[in-house]
Ligand binder design. Sequence first.
Ligand code: NAD
Length: 386
Amino acid sequence: MPERNWHSIKIFVAHMTIGVLAEPDFDSRVSVLPESISPLIKKGIQVLIETNAGSAAFANDGDYSKSGAVVKPAEEVAASSDIILSINRPQPSLIGRRSSTILIGVYQPLHNPGFIRDWAKQSLTVFSLDMLPRTTRAQSMDVLSSQANIAGYKAVLLAADRYPRYFPMFMTAAGSIPPAKVLVLGAGVAGLQAIATARRLGAVVEVFDTRPAVKEEVKSLGGKFIEVDGAADASKAGGYAVEQSEEFKHKQQSKIAESISKADVVIATAQIPGKKAPVLVTKDMASAMKKGSLIVDLAAATGGNTELTKNNETVDFNGVRIIGDSLLASSMPYDASKMYGKNVLNFLQLIIDKEGKLNLNFEDELVKGACMAHNGEVTNEKLKSL
Ligand code: NAD
């Protein structure tokens, strides 16, 4: 009998609980779908899911229960979990119910350093997956890529839906239709997927980016890369873009002005991590666009790539519509959640060992890179300097 007790204590101590919170109303995703629960349960981890957390992503409470999770109200999930998963920042009232909790999400800390400091003061350990280094090893956990891929795809579908003309070329008895001209600004993950999708729909695509490295990728997808000489060296920015000189910005703007006057649709995706998005389209440029043409601006949340963008709004500027939407991944919530959940599971494997016990190894560059706060302190150097 005492031996049985000893074992149960050991199991109890080793037993970890992971909680999944629902996202705010504006986001239809959930950080883990039922299909991603079983690998955690197999490790002896208990998984708690907030009631209705997956309903907007077409995963109901019954599906989670069947996969081995326990459905509970948000307060109980937050109070009983060693690790709390979400995509957006959880409600402050739910956080800090126990110290030493680990939060994992996409918190955009460089844009919101204040609450990471607050969480550090509450002795929470915070991993922000958008801060993972973009290395080959991190690819399977790269939430920015999985979600940007969806955003690039949906941006083109949204544009094709709102555009009053065809995308593909047609020669019919009722007349000829020329192919739509799509201009893609920024050829990162979202931009490359936008190029591929627009090409699949039969559009002709021109592309701008400050990183010459993407030229070949753009060409291989059937886009035309427009070169602008003199971009700032971004070789030390971890694959990301950096801010450009005034001289380069003028040169680039005059080339974009040439392309945009012929474009039917612009998909704007240009971003610089931790900074305001570069303004690539001025009011004058938008004035030169044809009535009925569209700009879909995926950089809206960080200021937008146009002077006219308003986040979460569609602005009508003399018959040219500018759709500001940085949350397009949420408009395809099932696959967005499926891929996000897979990314999170892969990250969890870094910090949980085979027996389901927590193992935080800060010697690992991915664990260190994603960690924003630990042991009561902000740990990320960039964040500290803000
Ligand atoms: P992002 O969202 O930060 O930016 C989108 C694009 O905008 C980038 O291609 C950037 O160069 C471009 N841009 C920025 N300023 C611009 C300007 N003034 N004019 C025109 N274009 C501008 O980028 P992202 O999609 O997150 O990708 C960032 C980098 O990470 C890329 O190099 C990408 O190849 C790399 N990446 C690596 C991995 C990996 O190996 N694990 C995975 C995904 C992405």
